[in-house]
Design a protein around this ligand. Structure first.
Ligand SMILES: Nc1ncnc2c1ncn2[C@@H]1O[C@H](COP(=O)(O)OP(=O)(O)O)[C@@H](O)[C@H]1O
Ligand SMILES: [Mg+2]
Length: 268
């Protein structure tokens, strides 16, 4: 079972009552790759992310993180694996009773870090990454939707994860704010070589990530060079869930080439 892949999912199945939500789902994600999860509402995108994070146990199948199956692990055995994963839940899901500082510091404190200077330094570094240092003393209720989403990314990356799981990170945001989130996703991917799984209803965001690279000089997304000379195009694949199965997995070019009307409706 040894594998250098950051993520291998094999034979994953889960039912809720009568409904089989995922049926024998298998795929592999390469380092630095972005896998975009598409599917209608209720197709199992969120549950797939929760299975990968070890937050939910499957009925059958394996989730290999860096070649190790996390399915049989207990909550405490999962901790070292979770350290390498950053999870941005649907709606951001900040702790409303905690300040931005404490939200971002949360998992470091959980892991036993008690030195306030270390915590403060780490929190400031993460907030600076998401360009939100000024919000450190604020409460979540004082933040806009886009700021909350950026804080949730800062919280997710404090352990310097190598695998990021994003569940609809731009949902409900205006296009300009959504773009700032896309820039952060690309920045993690291109500057820190993070592997990403991205659930999105906004196909334009996924296509933008596919076509762009983060430029540290310009602090912006710039077009990925098609021939890969100056800025190699990052690897992005699209996985479409349908009736519990993988209906399609491949690049956008492969998806378009299928001519499959079911697939094309996700990308138009
Ligand atoms: N904890 C749960 N209990 C019962 N049913 C669930 C639970 N989590 C998810 N489901 C069901 O699994 C299906 C897939 O849900 P989800 O992964 O949230 O879909 P998506 O994110 O693609 O919209 C839905 O039918 C949902 O009702
Ligand atoms: Mg969902």
């Amino acid at each position: 079972m040894a594998s250098n892949h950051p993520l291998t999912v094999s034979g994953l199945s889960i039912s809720f009552g009568e409904k089989q939500v995922l049926k024998d789902v298998s795929f592999q994600v390469a380092r630095g790759e972005t896998l975009v999860l598409l599917g209608v509402t209720g197709s199992g995108k969120s549950i797939l992310l929760k299975l990968i994070a070890g937050l939910v146990k499957p009925d059958r199948g394996n989730v290999l993180i860096e070649g190790e199956d996390i399915v049989p692990l207990s909550e405490s055995q999962l901790l070292p694996f979770r350290k390498h994963m950053g999870i941005v839940f649907q709606e951001g899901a900040l702790f409303d009773s905690l300040s931005v500082r404490e939200n971002v510091a949360y998992s470091l404190r959980e892991a036993g870090e008690e030195d306030e200077d270390v915590l403060d330094g780490a929190v400031r570094e993460m907030l600076s990454f998401v360009e939100l240092e000024e919000a450190i003393g604020k409460m979540p209720a004082e933040l806009s939707g886009g700021m909350r989403r950026r804080v949730s990314i800062a919280r997710a990356i404090i352990n310097r994860p190598s695998l990021m799981l994003y569940d609809s990170p731009t949902a409900g945001l205006d296009p300009v704010t959504a773009h700032t989130i896309n820039i952060l996703i690309a920045k993690l991917r291109d500057v820190q070589d993070v592997t990403s799984l991205l659930v999105t209803q906004r196909i334009q965001d996924a296509l933008m990530l596919d076509n762009s690279v983060y430029s540290p000089d310009q602090q912006a997304l710039i077009p990925a060079s098609p021939n890969g000379n100056t800025h190699p195009a990052p690897i992005t694949r699209f996985l479409v869930l349908r009736d519990g199965n993988i209906h399609f997995i491949g690049t956008i070019q492969q998806l378009m080439a299928t001519g499959d009307p079911y697939l094309l409706r996700f990308v138009s």
